[in-house]
Design a protein around this ligand. Sequence first.
Ligand SMILES: O=C(O)CCC(=O)C(=O)O
Length: 288
Amino acid sequence: MCLKNKYQNEGYCVVKNAVPSALLTRLDNMAKALENKALALSSELDLEQAAVDSLEVPTTVFRINHVYRTEAALVNQLLSSPQVYKAIVSLGGGDIIPLGVDINFKSSHVAAVVPWHQDSIHDGTAPYFAMGVYLDDADENDGCLRYLPGSHKQKQDVHQLASQHGWNIPQHQQVPVTAGDVLFHDVMTLHGSTSKVSPGSRRTIYVEFRPAKEILATGSQSENWVNLRKRWMALLHAKAIRMNDSDMKDDSHVKELPSEFYQDLYANREKPTPSNWAFPPVKREDYP
Ligand SMILES: O=C(O)CCC(=O)C(=O)O
């Protein structure tokens, strides 16, 4: 099944080896540097936009949000790289904009479990998806994502499904991937992941996308918030055109946005649309 058909029918799809190895190495270094910074800051208790558990040994980082604040150049290189950009536009169309950029760190820590949920609820008339860029392998039964194919077509009763089946919802699929793969899912696709069993962490860069027109029509975010992201997407588009041109493969002539732009994006952040989790949360011997 081709990428878009699989995404539309089942609610998710994988683009294998979408990130070139040199770029993957730079992203890997970026994630390591951010993780070390979060670990260093965790002792000062002034962490913002990062989730760290410093009560357990060793101290563990779970998530760092809004990484475009300090890492815009590399984030933009990723988003405008040929295979990644092509997949984003193929699934989302020309009016798509990125909502934010976060890194999820999945370890063997019990708090690294992500129970079944839908990231957001929408009416399905326009694309609204999350892209996960894998910096590490995610193997079967070792913390890879689990999806319930077709679940993106309606709001799910997550409490009922998780109470009845725990992790083993009938027809669910584990989706193992390797570093450099990119996994896309409709934000309504029911998904979750157990903690990792093997040592080390599995790091995934998450970016959500949605058409600007749709965001404005639903009023979920302000016009200013959308316009900032349109400007950002225009830059990505200009870079992608040059990177995709077989004669050029060079975006160095594209005028970058000033660093203040990314500070503005951060300063003007708004509440995300709510996710759909089991309520009340489900606890079974084997779940979450
Ligand atoms: O990467 C994972 O295992 C799950 C992350 C996730 O579902 C989320 O951030 O909403």
